[in-house]
Design a protein around this ligand. Structure first.
Ligand SMILES: [Zn+2]
Length: 348
């Protein structure tokens, strides 16, 4: 059986649009709304939201036996205002696991709870080389050393509060999306790349007039980066969950930006061997470029469901992403491989 053809241009368009919607964990409403509008194009999907705010789409399959699910997350790394400093600048607290140096110098948006979003940049507080000399290089980048400089006239906490900014406001770092020669360079490809792959798979099946073999739940989670995204939101009779999330690329890793990867073990231990083997066989059957890998510092939403008591087989596939939780990059070949793998699974 040949897989239905992909609309790669549309995949890139969807991905770019989604990347440009800020969605730090806890502030994902706009991204979920956008996705719901895209999925509403497919009349055979039954859409709902969990109370936690995840988006769930169910596609009735040819069979209701041993129902399946795929999950990918729309939430990303980000931050929250921790304190308004006496100089009017903001001290932040991180949302998700990343190092401050990965966003140092990045533009950002502060979602003022009582007004318009305010632009700014995340900087080392001792940022100027002409003022602080070697300290700019030597300072340890921790919560106290970093601050947001707002693009607004403020030099005091009161003036910043007058902008509508308060403790607890969400902060999103600019993704800086650029697509060139097949490469996609952006923050937050984790995991918006995989959300776009799932959407592309849905489009391809729909355009070809096909239906999944088994009834399938498409679960778009919104709390993955803090560890409990897909802990809920699945039907009670679920038999299998394929997590679609980025593959870790770097020294010692088998993954790269031109393949999809089957992850067989990460920080949470081994994935389900039987389901992993079936996915491997599907990749072989359909000549999908893939790698098998182990991620040393990584947890997934599939494991979140396991920890919450989900009694299902769980596996993990996804495109290779270089410099993850940093200024990331992948390639269209990895996105196509991931989407084809999802299609092969849905039609198997
Ligand atoms: Zn992820």
């Amino acid at each position: 059986m040949t897989l239905p053809s992909l609309d790669t241009d549309r995949l890139v368009e969807d991905l770019t649009n989604l990347l440009n919607i800020p969605s730090p964990t806890g502030y994902t409403g706009q991204a979920i709304d956008w996705l719901e509008h895209r999925l509403a194009e497919f009349p055979h999907l039954r859409l709902s939201r969990t109370r936690k705010g995840a988006l769930v789409a169910v596609w009735q399959g040819q069979s209701n036996e041993a129902s399946r699910a795929l999950t990918a997350h729309v939430d990303t790394l980000g931050a929250m205002v921790k304190e308004i400093k006496p100089n009017g600048r903001l001290k932040l607290t991180k949302i998700g696991g990343f190092a401050w140096n990965t966003v140092e110098g990045e533009g950002c948006r502060v979602f003022a709870s009582t007004g318009e979003p305010v632009r700014g940049a995340l900087l080392l507080a001792k940022a100027s080389g002409h003022v602080h000399g070697s300290q700019v290089n030597e300072a340890r980048r921790d919560d106290d050393a970093m601050e947001v400089r707002l693009d607004a006239r403020t030099a005091s906490a009161d003036e910043t509060r007058a902008l509508g900014i308060q403790v607890g406001d969400f902060v999103a770092f600019d993704p800086r999306v650029e697509v060139r020669d097949g490469f996609v360079r952006s923050r937050h490809l984790d995991d918006k790349a995989c959300v776009a792959c799932l959407l592309a798979a849905l489009r391809a099946l729909h355009a070809a007039g096909l239906q999944p073999t088994r009834t399938t739940t498409f679960h778009f989670s919104n709390y993955e980066e803090v560890g409990h995204g897909a802990a809920s939101g699945f039907p009670p009779d679920l038999a299998e969950l394929v997590t679609v999330d980025m593959a870790a690329v770097g020294e010692g890793q088998a993954s790269d930006e031109f393949h999809a990867t089957l992850c067989v073990k990460d920080s949470g231990g081994p994935y389900h061997h039987g389901l992993s083997q079936r996915l491997r066989a599907l990749a072989e059957e359909h000549a999908i470029p893939y790698k098998v890998d182990i991620y040393p510092h990584y947890g997934s939403d599939g494991e979140a469901y396991w920890r919450a008591g989900g009694d299902v087989a769980v596996a993990l596939i996804g495109p290779g992403v270089d410099a993850s939780h940093n200024y990331e990059r992948t390639h269209l070949e990895a996105l196509e491989a991931t989407t084809n793998w999802v299609l092969a699974y849905l039609l198997s």
